[in-house]
Design a protein around this ligand. Structure first.
Ligand code: ADP
Length: 156
């Protein structure tokens, strides 16, 4: 099924100059860039985004990490994009993430792990709305679609 998912290039990606290399992986895979912008996360939006972590003792450290520099938010579109991007992202802890994944290749940390990626269709929908307005998401059809997918795949 055609899906959209949210990726955040965290301050660890921005500060370490990894944005281009990670973005290149998504482009090379065939994911379509549907929206992209730089923004400074506020503690308020972060509390919404990481509501499931708010009560953990290390939440203040996560907040400091995610607000340490601007981030880049990215909306990617593709068939089964949510699962595809999560598997490209790898396990939360970069030391445990498999080689070949983004975290496995670029991170040594459980916190400084380069990107966020939506984990379910419900999360993806809420997260895209949280970080983008409707007119910042572009619903174009790439001219390469016939070389990315079979016709019946793209249209589902
Ligand atoms: P994921 O980002 O893989 O979906 P979570 O939603 O569980 O994982 O956690 C969100 C983010 O919080 C992680 O990407 C990481 O930056 C940070 N985090 C999670 N667990 C820890 C931990 N035990 N120690 C430090 N930071 C953590």
């Amino acid at each position: 099924m055609m899906q959209q998912t949210l990726v955040i290039f965290k301050p660890s990606a921005i500060e370490r100059g990894l944005v281009g290399r990670v973005l290149a992986r998504f482009e090379a895979k065939g994911l379509i860039i549907a929206g992209m912008k730089m923004m400074q996360l506020s503690p308020e939006i972060l509390r919404e985004h990481y509501a499931h972590l708010l009560n953990l003792p290390f939440y203040p450290s996560i907040e400091a990490s995610m607000t340490a520099s601007p981030v880049i938010v990215l909306c990617l579109r593709g068939v089964d994009a949510i699962q595809v991007v999560r598997s490209m992202t790898g396990a939360t802890n970069g030391r445990k993430a498999a080689p070949g994944t983004i975290r496995g290749d670029f991170s040594m940390s459980g916190q400084e792990n380069i990107i966020h990626a939506s984990s379910s269709p419900e999360d993806a929908e809420a997260e895209i709305k949280r970080f983008f307005s409707a007119d910042e998401i572009f619903d174009y059809i790439p001219v390469t679609k016939g070389f990315l997918y079979a016709t019946d795949e793209f249209d589902t």
